[in-house]
Design a protein around this ligand. Structure first.
Ligand code: PRT
Ligand code: ZN
Length: 283
């Protein structure tokens, strides 16, 4: 039995549960409980506040955790990042009132900065040789300058909308973050097999995200050209159609290049193009 800590509510909760579900690990999700058990997999879920996750993994109360890299860095807990999970992407940045004529980091010298991430900030400032006063506040950091609590802020930014609506401007992105899977430094041998299975499933789900399965009919004389447009995992599958002179091609394409690829294929005579979601990819 392996124990995984995830956020009980908040931004990473839903995606963490979805990752488990897509990995075939179904958990009774009545979030009121502190612990949930997977029905068909030797895994127990611990629902916690994100701030507590690195610590419980470091002390062995949980074997694994899903948490933002920013929380791992802030906690200083002795855990290992096993995988980046590709969701909950954001950055932590310094932001100043928009009317400031910002000359560079020296602006922060002797000023005050409000943040919920004092450790990351103080490390950054000392690396850069800036001495500033760090004012730790737990929530609504973005209102600190307007409220006269601090000259600037150091906070999570995703779309940037919160900064704009509070009259602030991002001036120094300090750290990129996303949800990560963390583990203790030595996973006991008897849990190794379950951990490997969790990683194998997570990797297959991750690999399938952002990919589409595409199939089409094409004049056989155009197959070579179509294949050059379709770099597949190994090579596209080509099959003859019952109709003389026509073939069918199947392949997997990254979402990011899907429309460009489809347009090029249509130009060379592809017909009956079908695009399907990819559920899992096992290499
Ligand atoms: O209750 P608990 O302690 O568990 O949760 P929490 O309130 O501390 O954290 P939560 O749920 O807000 O965020 C959990 C994690 O999600 C963070 O630690 C980050 O790793 C990640 N994440 C990703 C974000 C954002 N994107 C994000 N945009 N966390 C917070 N925000 C905030 C940001 O601070 C801003 O105030 O959302 C606001 C909107 O951002 P914009 O730039 O899109 O306007
Ligand atoms: Zn938190």
């Amino acid at each position: 039995m392996i124990r995984l800590a995830i956020q009980s509510k908040g931004r990473l909760n839903e995606e963490s549960l979805k990752l488990l579900k897509d990995s075939g690990i179904e958990v009774d999700d009545t979030r009121r409980k502190f612990i949930g058990k997977a029905s068909d997999f030797p895994l127990e879920l611990l629902y916690l506040r994100d701030d507590d996750i690195p610590g419980v993994v470091a002390d062995g109360s949980a074997d694994l955790g899903v948490v933002g890299l920013n929380e791992v860095a802030e906690s200083g807990a002795d855990v290992k990042v096993i995988r980046k999970l590709g969701f909950g992407r954001c950055r932590i940045s310094l932001a100043v009132p928009k009317e400031v004529d910002y000359p560079g980091l020296s602006w922060f010298q002797g000023r005050s900065i409000a943040t919920s991430y004092p450790s990351i900030l103080s490390r950054f400032l000392s690396e850069k040789g800036i001495s500033a006063e760090i004012r730790e506040i737990k929530g609504s950091v973005e209102i600190a300058p307007a409220a006269g609590i601090a000259d600037a802020i150091f906070d999570i930014v995703s779309s940037g909308g919160t900064l704009v609506s509070n009259g602030l401007r991002e001036v120094e992105p300090v750290m990129e973050s996303e949800a990560v899977l963390v583990g203790g430094n030595d996973i006991p041998a008897d849990k190794r097999e379950v951990l490997d299975s969790v990683l194998f499933r997570f990797d297959s789900v991750r690999e399938s995200r952002g990919k589409k399965y595409i199939l089409m009919n094409i004049p056989t004389g155009k197959v070579g050209e179509a294949m050059s447009l379709l770099p597949s995992m190994r090579s596209p599958t080509v099959m003859p159609l019952a109709l003389e002179g026509w073939s069918s091609i199947h392949s997997v394409v990254d979402d990011s290049r899907l429309w460009r690829t489809v347009e090029s294929l249509k130009r060379i005579g592809a017909e009956g193009i079908l695009i399907l979601n990819v559920d899992k990819v096992i290499d």
